[in-house]
Design a protein around this ligand. Sequence first.
Ligand code: SF4
Ligand code: SF4
Ligand code: FES
Length: 380
Amino acid sequence: MSSQNPKRVPEEASDPSLSVTLDGETVDARPGETILELAERHGKDIPTLCHDPRLAPAGACRSCLVEVEGSRRLIPSCATPVADGQVVTTANDRIARHQKVLLALYLADQPDFAARGETPGGAQACELHAMADAVGAPTDWPKMEPLRVGREDRNPYVQFFPEACILCARCTRYCAEIESVSAISLAGRGAETTIATADDVSLLDSSCELCGGCIDVCPTGAMTEKMPVTAGRRGHVEPEKVVRTTCNYCGVGCQMDLHVEPAANDGRGRIERVVSPEAGTTTNDGNLCVKGRFAYDFVDHEDRLTTPLIRAEDGSLREASWDEALARTVEGLMGVHERHGADALAFVSSSRCTMEENYLVQKMARAVFGTNNVHQCAAT
Ligand code: SF4
Ligand code: SF4
Ligand code: FES
């Protein structure tokens, strides 16, 4: 119900040397951790929208408010550090009332299509609606006229629906703190505040790297993937099949989850979108680059080979089975080996393969064919 990223246990670096009363229980707390981090370590489920454990706290959405003894107002737990002797309450009637009103107000300011529980672009599930459901927020409050405006951006990948934005600033903070790009920021004043580039230029004319991280962190789908929108696919649909794989655009080895529609393309399947596994779970820590996240339509390109081809004596190509193609490859390699010796062969692999595949290529060169003529493009 909270952030789409898993909450990470705060650094173990500092010893728990503070004492805090959390929902009536005395617990040890670490200097520097927030009330939210302490609460999560003790299994409390505090709703959050603007919080992302990778980002500096913003205290922007007010969904994580808790009671702290001595304070008349509810306090944002994500942005408040623990203190020795603090007495914290994370759940009671007052907090529940606040959550319901807050979420009802957010919903009243959401566009109609989002109010139906769809995220505008369908690229991700809507955390806002999930949270509203979870706290039992009223959904029948009169709709407000959205004042936030945006314009169509000619970039091919990132779509922004300003009317669905709750100004949590996860996208802008991700862009600044994780991508170190700062292509987008909060712009405008009051109810007209929105997300924009400097001088409101297209993302293509800004410092944006089109990494799509702003899409990944957005809790409402206001920042969403353009390709499904262009293809007329609206509303979040749970993927029928998720395939974890390794990106083969470079040798970094980012993990990615392919959302697959298995029945499409006459049963061959179709990739609907690519998302990063949750932050903190794989080496890419919730991030992907523009190629990994968006450049998946080549898979279905009409020029793409889907069957091995064998060149005949006359130079023409004909389709073959994998068994036949592999047998022909072995035959050719062994023939050169027999006629000209092992060092007449050379093997070149690619940084676009996984480390394991590259290992196997050099193993085959050395152990099977007896040559050290093996190279990989990343070595040049
Ligand atoms: S796509 Fe990446 S670089 Fe561009 S605005 Fe979004 S987070 Fe920033
Ligand atoms: S676009 Fe999404 S992530 Fe960015 S401020 Fe709006 S709701 Fe938050
Ligand atoms: S999660 Fe704490 S204010 Fe948004």
